[in-house]
Design a protein around this ligand. Structure first.
Ligand SMILES: C[S@@+](CC[C@H](N)C(=O)[O-])C[C@H]1O[C@@H](n2cnc3c(N)ncnc32)[C@H](O)[C@@H]1O
Length: 429
């Protein structure tokens, strides 16, 4: 069965997702369109299942069922009623309709969503003799409607829970990255786990929190399908055939890579908060990759390289008040606070990057001294970070962490600091 698929992703990730979709489906680039916020392709139902199982970057896999011009709610109803919903699900399944819009002339999006829901229920009553119930919390079937100025597009979702939920996370920590964003960071670095000769390339996150970057890295290096542990929305849809799905899962399992005999872990994580290190350890065990990851407690300002072979550092460091730097830099802030500086002001300084500035200056000098040969990639909403570290970024990849615009900066830590600069580099707007 041929279908029009759309895979939404975070802004900035479209190019990486397009490459990933080609790798997973084997489709040529000419079959794919990477637009703002996602990738569209003409594929098969089997492709939809493969993409759910293997995509590390997509937020969902949607099947596009209608794309028509509209002027008012009556048109929206007519377009929704013309779709053959009866070949996708029965009235026994519960339904949820979600709507998004860009420059839609309609006054009430809620009302438009209601019209879509009515049209689907009316169509199923006519064709199958009953209306499905609505369940906004745990629906069996999700329909997405998107309105632009002129067109309405309707999708049926095949993923269910969004794909960043891999099924391994038990412990969240304070500010976990979404798994899909961690995977996008890894894609941007080009790290795959192995060099051209098949030797492992170390990866280290010195502010690892709940371990998202490390676990995504290990899943990639070991070729473990990110959707292996979870259920999907397509299991409730009529085209679903359990034996096709089982065989895709078996193929994925057969393609998993074991660590070579005697190979020590080459993915490393540490965090100043021991509680976080425990979270990361439990999460790695749940994900089945604990054997590839070595975790320690410790301050990033003091930790020495975890391995003699230089590799890639990849992190989203503490930022702002809520997740301010702890450890040595944090203690200094506490001491100053105890010495009489009002806490409110201290907190305000943190929020503006006050103590964090200290943290990053110290981190930079620690890395210059001890991490020669490593490349460090940092995701941050702070566009002034290279200036604070007195580093010159060799790459700046725009990425969105939810609604927050960020950059993934790359710094090459070269002996003698040829790539560092005493002056703050220009802002990279
Ligand atoms: C933004 S969070 C990282 C979240 C992580 N990527 C995840 O997905 O869970 C920043 C982390 O840096 C840690 N941290 C703060 N100061 C630190 C320091 N001086 N050394 C090492 N880790 C530190 C915090 O405990 C927190 O877990």
């Amino acid at each position: 069965m041929d279908v029009n698929l759309f895979l939404p992703c975070a802004a900035g990730v479209e190019g990486f997702l397009s490459d990933e979709v080609q790798r997973i489906t084997g489709l040529p680039a000419s079959e794919l369109q990477a637009g703002r916020g996602g990738v569209a392709l003409r594929g098969t139902w089997r492709n939809a299942l493969q993409l759910n199982l293997h995509s590390r970057l997509a937020q969902r896999v949607l099947v596009r069922l209608a794309h028509q011009p509209y002027r008012d709610e009556h048109d929206v109803y007519r377009v929704a009623q013309s779709v053959a919903w009866e070949i996708w699900f029965t009235p026994n399944e519960t339904l949820k309709v979600e709507i998004t819009a860009q420059h839609s002339p309609l006054k009430s999006l809620n009302f438009a969503a209601l019209r879509v829901k009515d049209a689907i229920c009316d169509r199923l009553r006519d064709k199958r003799g009953a209306r499905p119930s609505i369940d906004t919390a745990w629906p069996d079937v999700r329909v997405f409607a998107h309105l632009t100025k002129e067109d309405v597009t309707l999708y049926i979702d095949t993923s269910g829970e969004p794909l960043f939920k891999r099924g391994w996370r038990e412990d969240k920590g304070d500010a976990p990255l979404k798994e899909t964003l961690a995977a996008a960071m890894i894609a941007a670095t080009g790290w795959t786990g192995w060099d051209e000769e098949g030797r492992p390339v170390p990866l280290y996150d010195p502010c690892c929190g709940s371990g998202t970057v490390l676990i995504e890295a290990a899943l990639l290096a070991l070729n473990i399908a990110p959707g292996k542990l979870r259920r999907f929305g397509f299991e409730k849809l009529m085209p679903y055939q359990a034996h096709v799905w089982q065989s895709l899962k078996q193929q994925a399992q057969a393609a998993e890579k074991a660590l070579p005999a005697g190979q020590a872990p080459f993915i490393f994580g540490s965090d100043v908060a021991f509680r976080m290190v425990d979270f990361a350890r439990r999460n790695a065990e749940q994900a089945g990759v604990a054997h590839a990851i070595e975790l320690r407690g410790g301050d990033a300002l003091q930790r020495m390289p975890p391995t003699a072979t230089p590799g890639v550092m990849l992190l989203n460091p503490p930022y702002g008040e809520r997740i301010a730097a702890a450890g040595v830099a944090g203690q200094r802030a506490d001491q100053r606070a105890r010495a009489g500086k009002p806490m409110g002001r201290e907190t305000a300084q943190l929020a503006e990057g006050g103590e964090n500035t200290d943290f990053f200056a110290q981190l930079a000098s620690h890395w210059k001294k001890h991490y020669s040969g490593w490349s460090a990639w940092l995701l941050t909403p702070d566009l002034q970070l290279p200036g604070q570290m007195r580093f010159k970024a060799s790459r700046r990849v725009p990425m969105w962490n939810g609604p927050i615009e960020c950059r993934l900066f790359r710094f090459d830590l070269i002996a003698g600091s040829a790539r560092t600069t005493p002056a703050a580099p220009p802002n990279d707007a």
